[in-house]
Design a protein around this ligand. Sequence first.
Ligand code: COA
Length: 168
Amino acid sequence: MATAIYPGSFDPPTLGHLDIIRRSAAIFNELVVCVMHNGAKGQSLFTCRERAQLLESITADIPNVRIETQGGLLADYVKNYEEPVVIRGLRAVTDFEYEFQMAAINKKLNCKMETMFMVASDKYTFLSSSVVRELGKYGREMSCFVPKAVEEAVHKKLSGELCKSAPA
Ligand code: COA
């Protein structure tokens, strides 16, 4: 199959994201992982460039994966592709409503765009980037949730954060 696009905020990328990346890359000829901005979320922990660098390092062994960063609307970005297929992971029923709405809006904005959902592997259904950021604030070990490079980056970014936010 042709090229697929896996968009997300990836702040930071987790083993759950990596699982979706590996499984999608095994199906499609090429997978473009696209770091984007989610308007519903506040300030990100990592810059767009940092998130892309983390994704580059954790997917370095998957030859048909390419990392990009994009501002703007997903429906506009995928116009660069003739038959755009967008992959999104579903962890639980709770993801469905939001994803269903996004897929429907994107289809209205770009009728050529198809959204395909991949069910998250059991062991990652509880996982999210915010859980990782929260554990990072407390300096906790998180090797079951993120690759080593991401764990190091989170700890580096958040070192001293807890002291700063401790109640007086
Ligand atoms: N395993 C583990 N965690 C997963 C996961 C999986 N398989 N799939 C999703 N998640 C988690 C993420 O960790 C993240 O957690 P968080 O909410 O705690 O940060 C959450 O689910 C969703 O994050 P992610 O998939 O990285 O991205 P997103 O949902 O924030 O991305 C965009 C949404 C960027 C694709 C969307 O906002 C977008 O298209 N933006 C561009 C502008 C646009 O076109 N908007 C829509 C039209 S109005």
